[in-house]
Design a protein around this ligand. Structure first.
Ligand code: ADP
Ligand code: MG
Length: 458
């Protein structure tokens, strides 16, 4: 061990009594809490919370999950360092004994009891643990001389009981109560008005070459899922990529977004090859996407889900977020998210949780999120799948409206009727190859296309 550690001296104050150290410890807890609270509500914090559902979503909006996880690890170490410093100077002596395996189990216990979903749970869990532990240590010796064993037994039982009865910890029901109590105020809150909007990209001139796919090939072992496909997309068009199931549409989509690597061929976006770029780098150049299997964060509000899309348009990092110095930028991001929600007709539900939406509406929400990234090209993978007729019509209206606003759209679809009335041009794939390309009416009368769709359910 290390002994002779001096008490903490802050300027003129020597904190050598437990009452003064007590105050310092609580001030530190409050400061740490305040920082974490601010951080979780900030741009970086939203991404941290969104990471829980997997890293693909945020990569497609330009965030670097590895870097973020590393940053979080360092931040958590910072908190642990502060705690260790307080511990050492309070006890004036450190050894390895309090940091045995048992300590790790204690921390897990605190986390399970409190729950992990809310910030307050950390405090709740540790308070319950420390309080109960102290109480039992005072109480048990009055009844038994095997206090330590009985103590472990009580905690083991409590642990099992909580896992069994309250899997989210005791923090969750409390948070739910608090949310109920807070809700009305939240909804009536007007968003702060920013002094300016987020900066927007300069869009390429309508009709100029945006994307060029040149002899794209993708093999999966012996299977050629995409076989020498070439086509162009010009700025301001809606292009449909259609074909029967298994034609290679999703694979093509993944090649264009950088989710899969090309086996051969090339893809150029705005005149530059994106062949060697990662998903994240392609997203940063202005390609936004939605997912065939909707990727929303059900526990976040509609507004927050859309704000995730604007991630790459903000600059405030961990420190500014944690210290609450990001208000102006947050106001801009939220105003932008609200504007995109209004564009898809969901502004009045901004504060509902995304998990409560029906599937059709979830797809609209994904489109709003993609739009929030200020994309040059927006790519939709089977946006009409699973939608009812009215929802399909609403989606078609939205996409036409986007074209009027100059957004370029690539729709990957299985449902031919849905795209026919909507798009300017269609590329048809079958068994990995392009079999036709042209205006909808040309493609519809093409014998090869009719043959490909015969027997499929369209
Ligand atoms: P579509 O989206 O047009 O229905 P896909 O692009 O999903 O078609 O699939 C095209 C072909 O590639 C299918 O035969 C499919 O089984 C195959 N395929 C797709 N992804 C993979 C993969 N990751 N591994 C192996 N085969 C795949
Ligand atoms: Mg598909």
């Amino acid at each position: 061990g290390i002994d002779g550690i001096p008490p903490i001296r802050l300027g003129p104050w020597l904190l050598n009594e437990s009452s003064t150290v007590f105050v310092l410890i609580w001030l530190t807890v409050l400061a740490g809490w305040w920082f974490a609270y601010n951080l979780l509500g900030s741009r970086v914090g939203r991404t941290i919370r969104a990471l829980r559902g997997g890293a693909v979503l945020m990569a497609s909006f330009g965030s670097d999950a590895f870097r973020l996880r590393l940053t979080l690890f360092v931040l958590a170490s910072g908190y642990a360092t502060l705690a260790g410093w307080l511990f050492a100077h309070t006890h004036r002596y450190v050894s390895h004994t309090p940091f045995s395996l048992h300590a790790s189990i204690d921390y897990v216990f605190m986390m399970v009891v409190g729950g992990m979903a809310q910030l307050g749970s950390a405090l709740l869990g540790s308070t319950v643990y420390i309080g109960l532990n102290n109480f039992l240590q005072d109480l048990l010796p009055l009844f038994t001389n095997r206090g330590a064993q009985v103590n472990s037994l009580v905690f083991a039982l409590l642990f099992l009981l909580i896992l069994e009865r309250m899997p989210g910890g005791i923090g969750r029901p409390l948070a739910r109560l608090a949310a109920k109590w807070r809700k009305p105020r939240h909804i009536n809150t007007e968003l702060p008005v920013p002094s300016a909007a987020l900066t927007e990209r300069t869009m390429p001139e309508a009709g100029s070459l945006l994307l060029r796919v040149d002899g794209a090939v993708r093999r999966f072992g012996g299977l050629v899922a995409v076989n020498k496909v070439s086509f162009d997309i010009r700025a301001g068009e809606i292009v449909g990529l259609i074909g029967p199931n298994g034609a290679g549409k999703s694979t093509m989509f993944n090649l264009l977004t950088g989710t899969l690597a090309l086996s051969e061929g090339n893809v150029q976006f705005l005149g530059q090859s994106i062949k060697a770029l990662t998903q994240r780098q392609i997203a940063l150049r202005g390609v936004a996407r939605t997912f065939q299997h909707v990727k929303l964060r059900p526990a976040m509000t509609l507004l927050e889900n859309v704000a995730l899309g604007a991630h790459a348009r903000g600059r405030c990092g961990l420190w500014r977020g944690g210290l609450g110095l990001d208000q102006e930028e947050e106001a801009r991001i939220m105003a932008e998210a609200m504007r995109q929600l209004a564009r898809v007709g969901l502004a009045d539900r901004a504060y509902e949780l995304a998990g409560s939406l029906p599937l059709g509406t979830q797809r609209l929400l994904e489109i709003a999120r993609a739009l929030a990234s200020d994309p040059v090209l927006i790519m939709l993978d089977e946006p009409a799948a699973g939608l009812r007729l009215l929802e399909k019509q609403a989606l078609a209206r939205l996409l036409s409206a986007l074209r009027t606003e100059g957004v370029t759209v690539l729709v990957v679809e299985h449902d031919m009727e849905f795209v026919m009335s909507l798009v300017d041009r269609i590329v048809v794939m079958n068994f990995g190859s392009k079999i036709a390309e042209g205006r909808p009416e040309e493609v519809r009368s093409d014998p090869e296309v009719q043959a490909a769709y015969l027997g499929s359910d369209v």
